[in-house]
Structures are given as C-alpha cells and as structure tokens.
Design a binder for this molecule. Structure first.
Ligand SMILES: NC(=O)C1=CN([C@@H]2O[C@H](COP(=O)(O)OP(=O)(O)OC[C@H]3O[C@@H](n4cnc5c(N)ncnc54)[C@H](O)[C@@H]3O)[C@@H](O)[C@H]2O)C=CC1
Ligand SMILES: O=C(CO)COP(=O)(O)O
Length: 314
C-alpha cells in the first residue's frame, strides 16, 4: 500500500473558513501539516497566514476571490508557494474561473484546481470521498495530491484544470434543476434524463471554452453531478427543491446555510449562451425559474415540448 504520509509536513494557508475551507483544513491537519486559516472575521491577518506558506488554499465564494487575490498581491508570498483553488463559480464581469483569477494575479506561481464530489458535511463525518487536483504543473498537482490524500480522501491528479474547474461549476446549475425534479416528485426516469442531458449541456459549454470532453466523464464532472443532484446536503439542490415546493428564491437564500453558486453561474451562462448562440436548454429553464418568469411546472413543459432532435449534436 502507498505510504500516504510520505511528504514532509508543509505550511498550508487556508483562505475562507466556511464549510469547505474548514473541511480542507481538517484533512490537511489530520495528515500532519501545519495549517492556518484566514477569514474576513478571523483573528489573523492575511500577511500572517501566508508568510512562509508552501501552499495557499482558497475556498472563498466566487464573489470574494478577486478582492482577496488583490489584497494578497501586495504581500510577501513565498516564491515557491502553490495556489490551490476549491471555489466552484464564474466571475460575472469577466467570465473568469477562480483559477484564472489566481493565475492572472500570480503569473509566476503554480495554480492547482481541487474539485470533485465533496459534500463537506459528509467529509466532516469522516465518510470516504475522492477528488481531483488539476494543474498545468504536474509537480504542483502531485504535491497537492500528497498533502490531501488519506485513507478517507482519495486524490487523483489531472492535466485539464479548466475541465475540472468547469465540471464543479456547471453542475451546480443542473443540481438546481434536479432539486426541482425531486421537489415536483417527477420520478427516477425523469431524474436520469435530466442528469444525462445536463451532462451533455456541460460538455457543450466546456468544449466551447476549451475543456476536454473526457474530463466531464470523470469525478469532477459526472461524479460531482451525481453527488449534488442526489443529495439534500447540496445547497444548489436545496434551492431547486424548495422552489418546487413553492418558496421564492429570496426566501430560500435568506435561510440557506452557505453559498449556492449555481444561482449566479446560471446568469453568467445565459449571457454567454445568448451572445455566442450555444444551446443550453436546461440552464435556460433554470434561469427563467430563478428570474420568476416561469413556474417549475412550466419549466418542465418547456423542456419536454422542445423540438425533437437527434441525441448527439455537440
Ligand atoms: N460546502 C461544500 O460542500 C463545498 C463547497 N465548494 C465550493 O467552495 C466555495 C465555498 O463554499 P462553502 O465553504 O460551502 O461556502 P461558505 O458560504 O460556507 O463559505 C464561504 C467563505 O467565503 C468567504 N467570503 C465570501 N465573500 C468574501 C469576500 N468578499 N472576501 C473574503 N471572504 C469572503 C466567507 O467569509 C466564507 O469564509 C464555493 O465556491 C463552493 O461552491 C466546493 C466543494 C464542496
Ligand atoms: O460542490 C459541492 C459538492 O461537491 C457542494 O455543493 P453545493 O454547493 O450545492 O452544496
């Protein structure tokens, strides 16, 4: 068996003390690494946390990524520090992914994307899970793999960071649709159709932006889609489920624990799809539902009564 603890203890700075930042910090700490956590309301400054860091792990919601990256730019970052991003979203103004923001801000540092079917509540309970770390730098991805791998957390490397990052981001919109599907009690056939066609939509968008098709069939695409589309622990799923039960988006978001990134991602995708003429029918209905333009039942009818067509038309 592999000795998972064979790497020397590293200094890990985790940015964001929400559900996923805390989860990642616990995994690294349990593997014997020195972990310090920064959050907006915490007692450490950013400068203190990143000083001497071998790895800077960001689990900040998309809306805060650029602001924090810009604050870090003015600080003394160890030249060999590797950035790891675990955020699953898109910046509305630039359509950048979080890893693109980190790479643009720190062009001489390696950036690694960490993404997979990782519902943080299950990980907190010590249940087994697997994830993917992807980077243009093989060495950096392998270092992150060593730091996080354990008997409860299996980490695979991958060389398509954009595909891995988009898998985790795009599935959030399909998870909202899946929550609607379950909230309306549409059954297992409907759910299977939705998730499968959702994956087709993810591949289409991903290919458009330059991600590899096969990446979407791995843990960070299909894997994360299965986890979030089937679990009430997913906040995105909860948004859809509760809308199908008659609540408004405002009511749901007011009580939601943590961030449902799919709400903003859906808007960004619709803008792009309109400008570039990409067909994303499920995302379009989720968008219209979130905007209050259709009811969950009307969204279902719109999808079922679309023009009939061949299964494959990427
Ligand atoms: N919770 C989960 O199961 C997983 C979450 N993710 C992703 O990780 C990211 C964070 O998710 P959670 O930890 O669940 O969310 P959360 O809402 O629990 O935590 C978000 C963190 O970001 C920080 N933040 C937000 N805006 C900020 C700003 N302007 N400046 C500085 N900090 C700011 C918050 O203070 C908080 O520490 C999301 O992109 C999510 O999609 C990924 C995998 C699993
Ligand atoms: O991405 C996640 C699990 O992999 C978490 O999903 P939610 O953000 O929908 O809770």
């Amino acid at each position: 068996m592999t000795n998972l603890k064979s790497t020397n203890p590293k200094s890990i700075a985790v940015l964001g003390a929400g559900a996923w930042g805390s989860g990642l910090a616990s995994i690294a700490e349990a593997n014997g690494h020195r972990v310090s956590i920064w959050s907006r309301n915490g007692s450490y400054t950013l400068a203190e946390v990143v000083e001497n860091a071998d790895m800077i792990v960001s689990a900040i919601s998309t809306k805060g990524v650029r602001e924090v990256a810009t604050q870090l730019q003015g600080l003394a970052i160890p030249p060999k520090a590797v950035f790891v991003t675990a955020t699953k979203g898109l910046e509305p103004e630039t359509i950048s992914t979080p890893s693109q923001i980190w790479q643009e801000t720190f062009p001489s540092h390696a950036v690694v994307v960490l993404s997979g079917p990782n519902l943080s509540k299950e990980i907190q309970l010590g249940l087994p899970a697997a994830t993917v770390v992807a980077s243009r730098s093989k060495d950096a991805a392998e270092l992150v793999q060593l730091v996080f791998s354990s008997s409860r957390f299996r980490v695979y490397t991958n060389s398509d960071p954009l595909g891995v990052e988009l898998g985790g981001t795009l599935k959030n919109v399909i998870a909202i649709a899946s929550g609607v599907c379950d909230g309306l009690q549409l059954g297992t056939n409907a759910k299977a159709a939705l998730v499968t066609r959702g994956l087709t939509e993810m591949v289409r968008i991903g290919n458009f932006w330059g991600a590899k098709t096969e990446t979407f069939y791995g843990l960070s695409g299909l894997g994360d889609l299965l986890a979030t589309c089937n679990s009430p622990l997913s906040r995105n799923y909860q948004v859809g489920y509760q809308m199908a039960c008659g609540k408004t988006l405002t009511e749901i978001l007011a009580h939601l624990e943590g961030t449902a990134e799919g709400v903003n991602t859906c808007q960004v995708l619709m803008q792009q799809a309109k400008q570039r003429n990409i067909s994303i029918p499920i995302t379009e209905q989720v968008y219209r539902l979130l905007q209050g333009e259709v009811t969950p039942r009307q969204a279902l009818d719109e999808l079922m009564l679309r023009e009939i067509k061949p299964e494959y038309s990427y």
